[in-house]
Design a protein around this ligand. Structure first.
Ligand SMILES: C[S@@+](CC[C@H](N)C(=O)[O-])C[C@H]1O[C@@H](n2cnc3c(N)ncnc32)[C@H](O)[C@@H]1O
Length: 353
């Protein structure tokens, strides 16, 4: 954003914020009513009259949504002929945009009204629109639809892209036993089993998540290679067991406040030997190549505030490195922006006395 706006420009920018939520919903309606797809099917443009005739939406509805879409730059209109713009194309076809839009609409939108209260109380006050849990993690596998599908698509979209390169890094030293901390549905553990036929895994997560991971592992016939360890890592008395060659934390530490991260990493430190490698995979918002990624990650922090737990966020790379050191590890290697993903891997070792 340029800094030296004129007063007229600044006033316009302020209105974009004031009316932002309603414009957002107008694009959801344009998409869900099939109008955007219909326009996109006519590369050379299509008349407003034809749109009204062909899609089952009133003249009032079509005109209203097109007027909003034109302001947003989602469509271009000239002499009553409508064409999809580049932005409109991304809204319709780009996977990251689809996943982000659905996450916003299905998981965050209603709860976002509780932003101020969430910050004041340090609790996810918006979460009550989805269910009665202290944090979203107790409810993940039992979220109402469409929130559940949108949450998992959002989570998996970001971590899945990182897996192929992450596997190469993590398996360089051929670990025999890997702990997947916050292993969720088990996707990473299954990818590890595919990658190395000898590796054994222990998935550590809250009990409600382990039920899902265990069900998935059963379906894949992997119960002889994957064990499950129920743990609440916010309870410092619950110890991570010893014996891992690799402790893996993927998109996990961003679920916690700085104080909680230190506590969890200290727990990992007591479980680690001098031969254990701790790998942390995180999307750091200040270490991105594209402004769309930085923008999305900062918005994800706001989701943590209102819906997830009220006290966590996406972090800067150096902040996470500092927490790692405070907990008793040293960062021996940093792998920035691996593969096609938004993630950095920190390879850490227990600091030797
Ligand atoms: C954002 S998901 C990350 C999932 C997966 N590792 C990935 O990269 O897609 C965070 C995971 O941490 C787990 N989790 C959250 N709070 C936890 C806690 N207090 N103790 C143990 N696991 C927790 C959640 O159940 C969830 O599976």
């Amino acid at each position: 954003m340029k800094k030296d706006l004129s007063a007229i420009e600044a006033k316009y920018e302020a209105q974009k914020i004031a009316f932002g939520p309603m414009y957002f919903q107008s694009v959801i309606a344009l998409r869900d009513l099939g109008i955007l797809q219909f326009i996109s099917n006519h590369r050379k443009g299509v008349s407003i009259e034809t749109i009204i005739e062909q899609v089952e939406v009133s003249e009032y509805g079509v005109n209203l949504l097109l007027e909003a879409a034109e302001i947003l730059g989602v469509v271009e209109i000239e002499n009553d002929v409508v064409k999809i713009s580049k932005t409109g194309f991304f809204l319709l076809k780009d996977e990251m945009t689809r996943v982000n839009m659905n996450f916003m609409n299905d998981v965050c939108y209603l709860g976002a009204k509780n932003m101020t209260e969430s910050i004041v109380k340090g609790k996810p006050e918006g979460l009550k629109v989805l269910g009665d849990w202290p944090t979203i993690y107790e409810g993940l596998s039992i979220l109402p639809e469409p929130a559940k599908t949108s949450w998992f698509e959002f989570d998996h979209y970001y971590s899945d892209n990182a897996f192929p390169d992450a596997l190469k890094i993590v398996f360089r030293k051929k670990p025999k036993l890997l702990f997947d901390v916050g292993g969720n549905t088990g996707k990473w553990s299954f990818a590890c089993c595919d990658h190395d036929p000898d590796v054994k895994i222990k998935v550590l997560d809250l009990p409600v998540q382990l039920n899902v991971a265990k069900g998935n592992a059963t379906a894949k016939g992997l119960l002889d290679r994957i064990e499950f360890h129920a743990i609440d890592l916010l309870d410092a008395s619950q110890k991570i067991p010893q014996g891992a060659d690799v402790i893996w934390m993927s998109q996990f530490l961003d679920c916690f406040s700085k104080e909680e991260i230190i506590q969890i990493l200290k727990n990992a430190c007591q479980a680690a030997s001098e031969n254990t490698t701790l790998f942390i995979l995180e999307p750091f918002f200040d270490n991105q190549n594209y402004p769309a990624a930085h923008y999305s990650l900062v918005a994800t922090s706001l989701y943590f505030t209102i819906m997830a737990n009220g006290n966590s966020k996406m972090y800067r790379l150096e902040v996470m490195k500092d927490l790692v050191v405070q907990a008793g590890f040293e960062v021996v290697e940093t792998y920035p922006l691996i593969g096609d993903s938004y993630h950095t891997i920190l390879e850490c070792r227990k600091k030797q006395a």
